[in-house]
Design a protein around this ligand. Structure first.
Ligand SMILES: Cc1cc2nc3c(=O)[nH]c(=O)nc-3n(C[C@H](O)[C@H](O)[C@H](O)COP(=O)(O)OP(=O)(O)OC[C@H]3O[C@@H](n4cnc5c(N)ncnc54)[C@H](O)[C@@H]3O)c2cc1C
Length: 358
């Protein structure tokens, strides 16, 4: 039975563990004391089928059934509303087409989100099939499935050396060591760093910070049934949930891998862009946080064996869609490790392969 060490206990590593545990003896090593501490604990928790490039959209579509049905499903209806000023007509038109949304009138938009400012909102479009994705539940489900198939999940273990040993690998940390036939690199923003540790060329993955500010629900409003609403050109978005409104400046600021934190100025500027389109002023920010969305240069995930070292698998570059792609991405990883014909079409598998970087 293959010994498989997975480095990283976020959604990438845990979904990988669920798929690989039936195939071998899986150990997940996570540096932090708790699972899903970094990007996977900080997301907007949405499923948007037409988000990302064509390769990512293929993963979104292929993940939908698992997300809807497995263990009772993790999706619930939210919808998305795009709003724009009169002078943003061109951006509105291209965003609306890109996201497959239907034009609606401003009064219809205000019926959905009553705080929209009729003096500034001149265009609106809507799409109903955008979902809330219960990220905690998805993590729990994959973790439970992995453990049920015998996976060992260890937290508080920061891998600091990975060496070739015979046909496999020796993975070391401060006070421990594990031998493996296969290493899976699911280290999120640190994936290139982990590759270097193993003597493998990095792929040029780039983490970008994205921040969130949680506001109380605007006074007198029940936000439960509001859609996610957003400005054009990815200038800001606001997501209702649990009686709160979470507003993101939707920034993409390149960063080195680290425990991300917000920049007050970036959050304030994002809240100003949001405020321009609503009638209720932001009087209180309850909490803020930031996470790193890590992208490959072509913005598709990287799933598969390293081009130079077939026992080193990448499960990285989940970008801004790591949850909504996790079922299909981890299924592909399982297919490739097992040597099965992948369920995904060949062109998608090629577009996800680490070998595409030459
Ligand atoms: C603000 C924001 C909003 C988002 N919104 C959405 C959304 O709506 N929908 C969606 O699908 N996605 C969304 N995402 C993206 C999603 O959160 C990420 O794609 C996903 O969480 C990445 O998961 P991961 O497991 O690759 O990374 P991480 O969750 O960061 O996990 C990697 C783990 O590897 C560990 N690690 C690193 N180095 C080592 C080492 N040497 N030894 C041991 N462990 C190590 C780290 O501690 C970390 O826990 C959002 C992200 C952000 C930041």
């Amino acid at each position: 039975m293959s010994r498989i060490v997975i480095i990283g206990g976020g959604i990438a590593g845990l979904s990988a563990a669920a798929r690989l545990a039936p195939l071998g003896q899986v150990t997940v090593l996570e540096a932090e004391p708790a699972l899903a501490t970094h990007a996977s604990g900080r997301s907007a928790a949405a499923f948007i089928e037409d988000y990302g490039n064509a390769t990512v959209r293929a993963l979104n579509r292929a993940s939908l059934r698992h997300l809807s049905d497995h263990a009772g499903g993790v999706l619930s209806r939210r919808g998305v509303l795009l709003v724009a000023r009169a002078d943003q007509a061109d951006s509105f038109a291209s965003d609306r087409i890109d996201m497959g949304m239907d034009d609606i009138s401003v009064p219809e938009a205000c019926d959905m989100v009553p705080i929209l400012n009729r003096d500034t909102v001149a265009h609106a479009a809507y799409r109903a099939d955008v979902m809330d994705l219960d990220t905690d539940l998805l993590i729990q489900n994959f973790t439970r499935d992995a453990r049920a198939s015998g996976a060992r999940i260890v937290t508080g273990v920061r891998v600091d050396a990975i060496a070739r040993a015979n046909a496999g690998w020796t993975v070391r940390w401060k006070d421990g060591v594990a031998d493996a036939d296969i290493v899976v690199n699911a280290a999120g923003a640190w994936a290139d760093h982990v590759a270097r540790m193993a003597g493998i060329a990095p792929l040029g993955l780039q983490p970008y910070r994205r921040s969130m500010a949680q506001l109380p629900a605007p006074e007198g409003h029940d936000v439960t049934a509001w859609p996610l609403f957003e400005g054009v050109d990815s200038a800001w978005y606001a997501k209702p949930g649990a009686g709160k409104l979470t507003v993101s400046p939707a920034e993409e600021d390149p960063m080195d891998a680290h425990d991300a934190f917000t920049d007050d100025m970036v959050v304030a500027e994002g809240l100003a862009r949001y405020s321009e389109m609503v009638t209720t002023p932001v009087t209180r920010v309850e909490t803020t946080w930031a996470g790193l969305r890590t992208f490959a240069p072509d913005r598709a995930l990287v799933i598969g064996p390293d081009a130079t070292m077939p026992s080193f698998f990448w499960c990285a570059a989940q970008g801004g869609y790591g949850f909504q792609t996790a079922p299909a991405a981890s299924q592909l990883l399982g297919d490739l490790v097992a040597g099965r014909a992948p369920e995904l079409p060949g062109d998608v598998v090629t577009a996800l392969s680490p070998a595409r970087f030459g």
